[in-house]
Design a protein around this ligand. Structure first.
Ligand SMILES: *Cc1c(COP(=O)(O)O)cnc(C)c1O
Length: 464
């Protein structure tokens, strides 16, 4: 298998390059040249298998033999042993035909751990073999940074710098990034918002001389291996609910569209998914695009589900590429225009292809709060605000189909204690890891939202 750019203008690369490479040189995102297909018989065999074995099987179809099956299985076993639940991503029934898929049992209490724990092990494996050292710079709206620090701290041949928007993330989120005491980790509070952090990261990559000087790499969800790793829990959940004989639908709280696209990928690989509901908060560019065909950037508004306070969803380009029947030149034109103008109209055929599987729904703050309060009153426990967006979205979306619905629960409620307490009147019980973090010393540096300042900082770190 090779990986091709969604913009059709870059040479195809192998798995290891797609893993380490970030954006393709033509500005596109790497996607597999051919999707692996799992037959109903293959899918049936996932039933009852340990999570790590299913993950190794699915990832193996992308990795070919660039990483041996044995090494891949070892990485998956290590990654998922870090979760505090034997099922890794347990399903919990909410009501007849409705289930919650708990993706927050990893070390940083958010679903980003599912992919990041594996990614860090794969990085370490391939870098040790080649003797190279890379510098990961990661811009975070809150959860990616914590997951990345938990995954990469202390690993050989890797340094990591996380940029977070000062004052715009919860204290628990911040502590996951600032309390690691390994020497390969730095946390940076940037005087700006998430879009500023992301713009700095892009500027670092655009400066090719700087990028090669410090051996820069990225682990945000433009990295295809994260998508592949996230498709695993769609298979595991669907099989537990009767796939391949039975179809399943999913409701996904959506920001950068990585998680929802992983569901699309699972469908493409043969999993019988009836429908995927992409639920956004009031930063609803994606929901608007799917509803009206107009994909247009709006102003960013802060919400109580901050990990989804994103206007431009990078993985939407992957969806466009697939929905245009993998037409790289059409995708390139559309996204180059969008980068210029901040708006595009989705071609009719592309839109109808997207709508065959996906629906978008936008959820406002009062509805999110009501979903948290309603779940609490119904005895379903405390839910985090991101999960609540998907839950509320599932309640709003047009009914359709008879498939059981799985709502993705992307964070532990204790990661957002203020928002949860405001909605339900009770503070979520902090798990031991949160109590432990509260007792540790924080270490982080402050910088202005200026790429030159961040470059100087990274250079100094690399020189140490
Ligand atoms: C990152 C994140 C999301 C959004 O996922 P995307 O892949 O960016 O769409 C949702 N919920 C939580 C808690 C997150 O951390």
């Amino acid at each position: 298998m090779k990986f091709v750019s969604t913009r059709g203008g870059a040479p195809a690369v192998g798995f290891v390059e797609a893993l380490l490479g970030g954006l393709a040189p033509d500005g596109g995102l790497y996607s597999p040249d051919v999707w692996p297909l799992f037959t109903p018989g293959d899918i049936a065999e996932f039933a009852g298998k340990p999570y790590a074995e299913v993950a190794a099987h699915i990832l193996g179809a992308f990795a070919n033999h660039d990483i041996s099956r044995q090494d891949l299985l070892g990485a998956c076993q290590g990654a998922y042993a870090s979760f505090d639940h034997p099922a890794v991503t347990p399903l919990r029934q909410l009501a007849p035909g409705a289930h919650l898929l708990e993706l927050f049992h990893g070390p940083s209490l958010a679903f980003k751990d599912v992919a990041m724990q594996l990614l860090a092990r794969l990085y370490e494996h391939v870098l040790k073999a080649s003797g190279r050292t890379l510098t990961v710079v990661c811009a975070t709206s809150g959860d990616t940074g914590g997951a990345a620090v938990e995954a990469f701290a202390g690993r050989a041949n890797i340094r990591i710098v996380v940029l977070f928007p000062e004052g715009r993330i919860s204290e628990v989120q911040r502590r996951f990034m600032t309390t690691a005491d390994q020497s390969n980790v730095r946390a940076l509070a940037v005087a700006g918002d998430f879009d500023d952090c992301q713009a700095i990261l892009k500027a670092l990559f655009r400066d090719g001389a700087f990028a090669s000087e410090v051996s820069l790499t990225a682990v945000n969800s433009i990295n295809f291996v994260r998508i592949a790793a996230q498709s695993v829990y769609y298979f595991v959940a669907a099989v537990a609910l009767g796939a391949p004989q039975r179809s399943v639908s999913f409701a996904v709280p959506t920001g950068n569209f990585g998680d929802a696209f992983a569901g699309w990928a699972a469908r493409r690989m043969g999993l019988p998914i009836e429908r995927i509901l992409a639920a956004t908060n009031s930063n609803d560019i994606l929901a608007r695009a799917l509803a009206t065909g107009a994909y247009g950037r709006g102003a960013l508004v802060p919400t109580i589900s901050p990990a989804m306070d994103i206007q431009v969803a990078s993985n939407f380009e992957r969806l466009f590429f697939e929905a245009s029947d993998r037409d790289g030149s059409q995708t390139r034109r559309a996204f180059e225009d969008f980068e210029q103008s901040g708006a595009m109209r989705l071609p009719e055929q592309v839109l109808s292809h997207m709508r065959a599987l996906l629906a978008g729904v936008s959820v406002g703050e009062p509805e999110t709060v009501a979903a948290m309060a309603g779940a609490w009153r119904a005895g379903l426990g405390a839910m985090d605000p991101h999960t609540a967006v998907a839950l509320a979205g599932a309640g709003k979306a047009p009914a359709g189909g008879s498939a059981p619905l799985v709502v993705l629960s992307t964070a532990h409620p204790a990661k957002f204690p203020e928002a949860v307490a405001a909605a339900i009147g009770v503070r979520a019980e902090p798990p031991p890891v949160v109590t432990r973090l509260a007792g540790l010393t924080e270490r982080f540096d402050h910088l202005p939202a200026d790429p030159a300042a961040v470059k100087a900082y990274v250079r100094a770190f690399v020189a140490q």
